[in-house]
Design a binder for this molecule. Structure first.
Ligand code: ATP
Length: 234
């Protein structure tokens, strides 16, 4: 197993955000995490990448316990994160933003930059433009591109479709598929449960800080309860 999250508990002050979440991600998979606002999806990703401490439980990556490993070391081990809300550097150019992703890497990353430009031609066209002047969708692409520059083994994607026009949403999902086909494992958090389940191999449903279902994505897509709760009942 590439990534194993075992019974993790996470608090914000006294408030429990995760109350024993367990999940697994195997090499080559796209795994989706779905659930209502506040269910704990973002917290799960942040705890895996090391941005939030856990108070109990264990996270293993490639068989090693990384529960206490600092975030930057986890990035070096191969855990890449494209955070919600984008978080690009507005005063740096597109290319400088991308290169920040490779900052801690010693090996040559010119191939990764070429790959990112191939996957996101828009970023190539705009490589000298300031990040802050890019559109919402372009900034989303830049965030994903920057995470790819760390050459991750697993890419944690938090709401990549958030705030995007429907056409761009479809494009972002296509790109996630392509990233996976090029060999990167993906753990995806999405409000857009319908599209996430169409793309993913497996999925977990989170409710108030706990996993309440896990199954093949196609099974969840056809499950009456999941449809009623997360897919608008249609
Ligand atoms: P959304 O889709 O709305 O982002 P989510 O499933 O990603 O929701 P989280 O953001 O992980 O949920 O939040 C889980 C719980 O932790 C929520 O009850 C939320 O209010 C709480 N929480 C999240 N961040 C903080 C914080 N910085 N301080 C206090 N409580 C927080």
């Amino acid at each position: 197993m590439l990534l194993e999250v075992n019974d993790i508990h996470v608090f914000y002050g006294k408030v429990a955000a995760l109350r024993g979440v367990s999940l697994e991600v195997d090499e080559g998979e796209i795994v989706a995490l779905i659930g209502a606002n506040g269910a704990g999806k973002t917290t799960t990703l942040k705890t895996i990448s090391g941005l939030r401490p856990l108070s109990a439980g264990r996270i293993s990556f490639q068989g090693k316990d990384i529960s206490r490993v600092p975030a930057h070391k986890r990035a070096q081990l191969g855990i890449g994160q494209a955070p919600e809300g984008r978080g690009i550097f507005p005063g740096m150019t597109v290319e400088e933003n991308l290169l920040m992703g490779a900052y801690a890497r010693k090996e040559d990353h010119s191939k990764d930059l070429a790959d990112v430009y191939e996957m996101f031609p828009r970023l190539a066209e705009r490589k000298s433009q300031f990040g802050g002047t890019m559109s919402g969708g372009e900034q989303q692409m830049l965030t994903i591109g920057r995470a790819l520059m760390t050459n991750p083994k697993v890419l944690l994607l938090d709401e990549p479709s958030m705030g995007l026009a429907p056409m761009l949403v479809a494009q972002i999902f296509d790109i996630v598929k392509e990233i996976n086909e090029r060999g990167t494992t993906v753990l995806l958090v999405e409000q857009n449960a319908h599209q996430a389940l169409q793309l993913a191999h497996r999925a977990y449903v989170l409710e108030t800080g706990a996993v309440v279902r896990s199954a093949a994505a196609s099974d969840l897509l056809h499950d009456p309860q999941v449809r009623a709760a997360y897919l608008g009942g249609d």
